[in-house]
Design a protein around this ligand. Structure first.
Ligand SMILES: Cc1cc2nc3c(=O)[nH]c(=O)nc-3n(C[C@H](O)[C@H](O)[C@H](O)COP(=O)(O)OP(=O)(O)OC[C@H]3O[C@@H](n4cnc5c(N)ncnc54)[C@H](O)[C@@H]3O)c2cc1C
Length: 386
C-alpha cells in the first residue's frame, strides 16, 4: 500500500486544485455570506469532477475512493461549505445509487446528479433518531404499488435545494429496524414534502441544512432502492464509504489553516524578530504538521482499502475521528498564532475554526466513532479466539 499520491493521483489533485482556485476561491466569501454554490456543482459535473469513486458505467469517473478524497480535500481547502454541498450530493446521496440501484434508477436519479444538472441530499437523521440511526420513526406504509411516507427528517444538508432526496424510512414495523428499513428516492416536487425550516449554523455558512416534513408523500415502488426492507445494509455501506471523504474534507481545512499559520509566523515580528523564532509558536507548527501527516495517512489507508474492495469500517472510523479532531485543533492553534487578527473577519482563520467544528458531529459524532473503533477491535478479538 502506497503512503503517498501516485503520479496519476498527483495530476488529478493538480486539476482539482486549479478548478478550486479558478471557480471556488472567487465565490468563497459569497458562500460564507450564505450563498448556495449550485453553479459550482454544475461546473464540477461539466468538468467531470463529480463521482470520482463510482464506475464509469454509473456516470462516475471510475477512479476510486482515493480520488474522491482528493476532491474532498482540495475543495474543502478553499471552501468547506462548498465541499459540504458537493459531498452531500455527489457522494452521500450518490453512493447508494452507484452500488444498489437498478439501471433505470441510476439513469433517472444518479446520472443527472453526477453530471451536475441536479442536486441530491441524503435524509437519515430525525428529531428522535440521531446517533441511534436504527431508531428511525419515519414510516413508509404500503398501499398497492405505492408507499406513503410520514415523518420528519432534520439537519439535512442540501435538503432545501435538492432535486432528489434519498430517504431512509421504516417499511415494516413488525420487524427490528435492521430488517424493516427501506430506501426511497423522493423527488423535490412530491406533494406533502415540506421544508419546515432552514438552520442557522455556527460554521459552514452557505450550506443548506434544513428540517423536512413528509405528510402522506406518495412514492412509487419503482423508487425503492436496493429492495424492500433492504435498507439497513445500504445504510451501513453508505456510512462506511463516506467517512474517508469526510475526513479528507477536514484535512483540507486543516491544511489551509496550517499554511496560513506558517506564513504568518514568518512574517509577523514581535520583540524584534519573527514570531516563528519563539518555540511557543514554532512547536505549535510542529504539532500541527504531525497532525496533518497522520490525518493524511489514515485517510489514504481507509480509501485505499475501499479501492481494494475491502471493508474500511475500522480504518474509516479512525480516519474520521482523528482527522476531524485534528482539524479543529489545527484551526484553533492557527488562530492562536495569528493573534488578534485571527479572531477577526479580515482573515479566513476564524472561518476555518468554525467550519472545522462541524465534522466532530456530522456523519457520526466523535463518540460514535470511538464506539465503532472499540467494537471492531473487540469483535476482531472474539472472532480470532473462536
Ligand atoms: C450541519 C449539519 C448537517 C448535517 N447533515 C446531515 C445530512 O445531510 N443527512 C443526515 O441524515 N444527517 C445530517 N446531519 C445529522 C448528523 O449526522 C447528526 O447530527 C449526528 O449524527 C448526531 O446526531 P444528533 O445531532 O441527533 O445527536 P445525538 O445522537 O442526540 O447525540 C447527542 C450527544 O450524545 C452523544 N451520544 C449519543 N449516543 C452515544 C453513545 N452511544 N455513546 C456515547 N455518546 C453518545 C453524541 O456523541 C453527542 O455528543 C447533519 C447535522 C448537522 C449539524
Amino acid at each position: 500500500m502506497s503512503f503517498s499520491d501516485s503520479p496519476s493521483e498527483t495530476k488529478f489533485r493538480e486539476k482539482v486544485r486549479q478548478f478550486a482556485d479558478r471557480h471556488i476561491a472567487p465565490i468563497a466569501q459569497k458562500v460564507e455570506d450564505g450563498y448556495f454554490p449550485r453553479e459550482v456543482l454544475q461546473r464540477l459535473g461539466e468538468e467531470r469532477l463529480l463521482g470520482a469513486a463510482f464506475p464509469k458505467a454509473d456516470g462516475g469517473l471510475g477512479l476510486g475512493w482515493v480520488f474522491e478524497t482528493i476532491v474532498a480535500e482540495e475543495i474543502s481547502a478553499v471552501s468547506a461549505a462548498t465541499e459540504m454541498a458537493r459531498l452531500a450530493s455527489g457522494a452521500l446521496y450518490a453512493a447508494p445509487f452507484a452500488y444498489f440501484a437498478t439501471k433505470v434508477q441510476k439513469r433517472r436519479y444518479l446520472f443527472p446528479v453526477l453530471a451536475g444538472e441536479k442536486v441530491g441530499a441524503l435524509a437519515l437523521t430525525e428529531p428522535k433518531a440521531g446517533s441511534d440511526a436504527a431508531s428511525l420513526k419515519t414510516y413508509a406504509r404500503r398501499t398497492g404499488r405505492d408507499f406513503v411516507l410520514n415523518g420528519e427528517k432534520r439537519f439535512i444538508t442540501n435538503g432545501g435545494v435538492a432535486d432528489f432526496l434519498f430517504v431512509f424510512a421504516v417499511s415494516d414495523r413488525s420487524k427490528p429496524s435492521t430488517a424493516g428499513l427501506s430506501c426511497f428516492v423522493v423527488p423535490r416536487e412530491s406533494r406533502g414534502l415540506e421544508v419546515v425550516k432552514a438552520y442557522g449554523l455556527l460554521g459552514m455558512h452557505g450550506a443548506n441544512v434544513v428540517h423536512l416534513r413528509f405528510r402522506n408523500v406518495r412514492v412509487s415502488e419503482d423508487n425503492v432502492v436496493g429492495g424492500i426492507n433492504q435498507g439497513f445494509p445500504i445504510l451501513l455501506d453508505e456510512l462506511d464509504r463516506e467517512r474517508p471523504a469526510v475526513a479528507a474534507g477536514m484535512l483540507g481545512i486543516a491544511r489551509s489553516a496550517f499554511e496560513s499559520a506558517v506564513d504568518y509566523s514568518m512574517q509577523r515580528e514581535q520583540f524584534g524578530r519573527s514570531i516563528r523564532e519563539f518555540e511557543g509558536v514554532s512547536f505549535k507548527i510542529s504539532d500541527m504538521a504531525v497532525q496533518l501527516e497522520a490525518s493524511r495517512l489514515l485517510v489514504l489507508k481507509a480509501a485505499r482499502l475501499l479501492d481494494e474492495g475491502k471493508s474500511a469500517r475500522l480504518e474509516g472510523a479512525m480516519a474520521k475521528l482523528f482527522a476531524t479532531e485534528a482539524a479543529f485543533d489545527v484551526a484553533h492553534q492557527a488562530l492562536q498564532i495569528h493573534g488578534g487578527i485571527g479572531y477577526t473577519r479580515d482573515l479566513p482563520i476564524e472561518r476555518y475554526f468554525r467550519d472545522a467544528r462541524f465534522m466532530m458531529i456530522g456523519g457520526g459524532t466523535s463518540e460514535i466513532m470511538r464506539f465503532l473503533i472499540q467494537r471492531e477491535i473487540y469483535q476482531g478479538r472474539t472472532r480470532r479466539s473462536c
